[in-house]
Ligand binder design. Sequence first.
Ligand code: G
Ligand code: G
Ligand code: MN
Length: 486
Amino acid sequence: MGGDEFQIILPDIDDRGALGDLADKIIQVLSQPYPIGKEHATIGASVGIAIAPYDGINREDLVHSADLALYVSKNGGRGQFRFFTADLKDRAEERRILMEDLREALANDALDLHYQPVVRVEDNMVIGFEALMRWDHPERGPVSPALFIPIAEESNLIIQLGEWALHRACREAAQMPKSITISVNVSALQFTDPTFPETVSGLEPERLELELTESVFMGDSESIDFTFRALKDLGVRLALDDFGTGYSSLSYLRSAPFDKLKVDKSFVDTCTQKDLNSAKIIAAIIGLSNALGMEVVVEGVETLDQLEVVKDMCARFIQGWIYSKAIAIDQVNERLASGEFRIEPDGPDHYRSDRRTVFRRIGIIHQDHRYAGVLRDISRTGARVEGLLGVPIGTQIVLDLGSGQLAVSTVSRSRDAMIWVEFETPLVNDGAGGLCTRHRISPYALAAAGMPLESLPAGNYSMQLIKRDDEGQRKPQFVEVKTPGV
Ligand code: G
Ligand code: G
Ligand code: MN
């Protein structure tokens, strides 16, 4: 398409599960390092997906939709795919506003750092902290760094933001006991800035650890080598964050001077599932780190059963909610002042697999009626929905998740206005950390079936299609209850 953009046209596939898998495969294949003479080059790929007729019926619209999806996919970090959704246009505007607010927050010193303890498993001692940015937006309330860091990375703002975090963390850590180390996240863009090593100061270097992700290797290899050397000369420690989620080429470990690996939370999430290899992978990463003389921290342990597995794999250091979430500096200082900072592990017994808590307005279709409901949580296989009273177990309903996504479901439990359902067909990964239905129902088919006008997905289709036939409808069988706050 020009520059570094390519277009792939696939006839007759609208299965988003299959398309997502294919996108992942394309990204993986393209992201292998390429040998060029003695060097190797690593390129990445991002994929945006639009599907006709849902996302456009002519070439221009379809390409434009794919382009918007590609744009969000790139912003989500490297090596991801995204499907087009109708709200992408609004989101671009939303991000622009948030970026302005963030700039202002930084200028007005309205950001904060919290500290998540890193615990030594053998005696529950807190040996260090990871500094994590927090932003309490005046209107929106707390905004996650998972949302605002990628926005800051769209501009130079991340450089100032990162420098702020680094200096704040060093200043606060300087007041803590000498045995405590502090980790600070460093964005790839910050790392590639040639002046970055000059900004690293303010704490004994051996107490400061910089957390980098593999994306730092995407830049120009000469300047990467230069920065690594400069940082090593300063004597700061380097950790490779989110290990195992990218391409984790072992050649990075051969050439880059890391002191520590941080095992990504995604392995811990699934480490108690016997059918997956996560526990073995954790063990292998720990073995690899030991062999290379690196420390290893396992991240994201939340439950007691995960803790058992991770301990069995001989993990020595853990950072996770089972010990503590990130806490404010006052709390850190209070605990450190009262002598030894030890934390007993405490959490739920089991991890509830991939169930996501949400709060979103959806439709519940039963026989001829469409009720308003609120989606409270959702997993691949089922959901919890609020809004209908007294629905018997075994009732067949259809959840309208929007944009033509209809999930045929069976009620498995119900209490007051809350119902639990199981899906006939499991949902698939939407590439953005969420879930979507494998197939969508075309707006034309929905309209032809008499779907009320306001329920139709946003789109520009001819009005004759939208027939409404109110005669012969049965009475609603269930009582709809309003959920406050929606
Ligand atoms: O704390 P929380 O889980 O919400 O953080 C979400 C993400 O934001 C994590 O990936 C974390 O690494 C990132 N993050 C938090 N603080 C900083 C920071 O100061 N700099 C950078 N670059 N990333 C951060
Ligand atoms: O990408 P990075 O590894 O920097 O992300 C660290 C983030 O992971 C922190 O922002 C922290 O809030 C989050 N985190 C740490 N432990 C847990 C945990 O046990 N559960 C969950 N859900 N998040 C965690
Ligand atoms: Mn981190």
